[in-house]
Design a protein around this ligand. Structure first.
Ligand SMILES: O=C1C[C@@](O)(C(=O)O)C[C@@H](O)[C@@H]1O
Length: 496
């Protein structure tokens, strides 16, 4: 079950939104009294309530907004119990001051916004002693392994327990709670109204992650990246799973650079079967592969990892996707050893995608030059791949047939920048921009205007995800749906 947290300054808004939420199917709503601006009129909020509630009045030290006296707060909580609300949230340290009465269930809570303490089990055990119907811990995730500790704590708890790791790193605990026995989890009413760090929108939880249908058999996949917030892969993959009736979910895992090891240690125990790998992990993850396809080892970067038995299998679907796009545009003949011989290519960037494209093109005989804003990175890549590199400032100098942008320049919200000058493009060039959000980057717009042939980031992204989908599920991906989903998610809002 999802409990939707509702915090509004005005009673009228709170009541109206509560009603709306219930009409929309919300099964439980948390009324955050600490958000109410004036004197709280509890009776008004709960008398004709449309559905069951958790009444909470959070202190400032626990992340709430309550400014008035503690005595007044206690009075409110006691009155809520006396009025027979379904649940009341009581912080563990004051729980003994608020006795049980009637049918109201006691959610005994603990919050920590700085970290997830080592001793969460002991904390939860002590909380269970406070006449708890439900024990709830909400702590900040500072490393990926906090998630595993929290979910294990919930799984092994003696009382029904809710364990949430707050913050972006902790998102997985919000989605997998019920699978380990949590009675419910919390979500927000709308994305712009988060009541705690990392809270997800309840519609997203219901419709995209299909929270209620997650069970022990649900296969888990995801993307590991940092930052991960601007990834759209979860929209595409979950929509595709749904379309094909698969009991699988794809989650965005924020894994900071130094946390990769902890992720790798925790992944199997969390039940994750495979992940897409994004910046900054594509190169480092190679060291964790027990087997990698030859292209992935050649490239020195893995963007898909499958956990199979004890093996970690590494693939590079960026490479396959980019080569498919290029082969199609250049109409390359199959079976020829070096079909790109004589084609001059400029690759902008020296990260994971640049690596995959550079390696693939070298294999096909192209004459590749790299330019990135960090010359050392360009030099390293060029020496590994066996190609040239030039200073960033000289990127317009070589005459090329194919220009590839593998930098993030032009990506939302940086949409007014192009990594290449419009005046340096001509109609004999193919321009390939790996940025997919927006599809029409400034570079793509320039290229269109100059009459170049183009390959967009969406062309590559859909192919990359489709290959990953196949690796994850063994099935052919619904590519038209994937393309439609990504286009809808990234297209600018149109008025009328
Ligand atoms: O304690 C919790 C959980 C929460 O902090 C969260 O992280 O979703 C949100 C709060 O409103 C609720 O009282």
């Amino acid at each position: 079950m999802i409990c939707v947290s509702l915090g509004r300054a005005r009673h009228t808004r709170m009541i109206a939104e509560h009603k709306y939420l219930v009409e929309q199917g919300a099964e439980l709503v948390e009324l955050r009294l600490d958000f109410i601006g004036r004197a709280v009129n509890l009776k008004r909020l709960i008398e004709n309530r449309p559905g069951p509630v958790v009444v909470t009045c959070r202190r400032r030290e626990d992340g709430g907004r309550w400014m008035k006296s503690e005595q007044e707060r206690m009075m409110l909580l006691r009155s809520a119990i006396a009025a027979g609300v379904e649940y009341v949230d009581i912080e563990a340290d004051v729980a003994s001051q608020i006795p049980r009465y009637g049918n109201t269930k006691r959610v005994i809570s603990y919050h920590k916004f700085s970290d997830t303490p080592d001793e969460i089990e002991q904390i939860a055990d002590a909380m269970a002693e406070e006449d708890a119907d439900i024990v709830k811990l909400a702590t900040m995730a500072t490393t990926f392994s906090d998630n595993l500790r929290m979910l294990n704590m919930v799984k092994n708890a003696r009382r029904p327990t809710i364990g949430i790791c707050m913050g972006e790193i902790g998102m997985v605990t919000r989605i997998l709670g019920e699978r380990v026995g949590s009675p419910f989890t919390y979500a927000t009413y709308s994305v712009d109204k988060k009541l705690a760090p990392g809270q997800l929108n309840w519609k997203e939880m219901m419709e995209l992650y299909r929270y209620k249908e997650i069970n022990q058999d649900t296969e888990l996949f995801g993307v590991i990246a940092d930052p991960v917030a601007n990834s759209h892969a979860h929209l595409v993959q979950n929509t595709a799973f749904y379309e094909q009736g698969l009991n699988a979910r794809y989650l965005p895992f924020r894994v900071p650079r130094d946390d990769l090891h902890k992720f790798m240690q925790a992944a199997r125990e969390l039940g994750i079967s495979g992940v897409s790998v994004d910046t900054p992990h594509m190169e480092n993850v190679v060291d964790y592969c027990t087997q990698a396809e030859s292209s992935a080892s050649g490239i020195g970067a893995v963007n898909t990892l499958i956990f199979q038995g004890k093996d970690n299998l590494g693939y590079n679907t960026d490479y396959r996707a980019a080569m498919d796009c290029i082969s199609e545009t250049f109409n390359l003949k199959k079976g020829i050893e070096k079909p790109m011989q004589g084609v001059a290519v400029m690759i902008l960037g020296a990260g994971g995608v640049a690596r995959a494209v550079a390696w693939g093109l070298r294999q096909r005989g192209a004459d590749v030059t790299i330019a990135s804003r960090t010359m050392e990175k360009s030099q390293l890549l060029a020496s590994e791949i066996g190609c040239r590199c030039v200073e960033w400032a000289e990127r317009h100098d070589p005459k090329v047939n194919l220009l590839v942008n593998a930098t993030p320049m032009g990506m939302h919200p940086d949409v007014d920048r192009s990594p290449f000058d419009a005046a340096q493009l001509n109609q004999f060039m193919v321009v390939f921009d790996a940025v997919y959000n927006p599809e029409s980057t400034l570079l793509i717009k320039y290229a269109r205007k100059q009459g170049c042939r183009i390959i967009t980031g969406v062309d590559m992204f859909v192919r990359r995800l489709a290959y990953q989908y196949k690796l994850f599920t063994g099935r052919d991906a619904p590519t038209r749906l994937m393309r439609k989903t990504i286009k809808e998610a990234t297209s600018p809002v149109r008025l009328n």
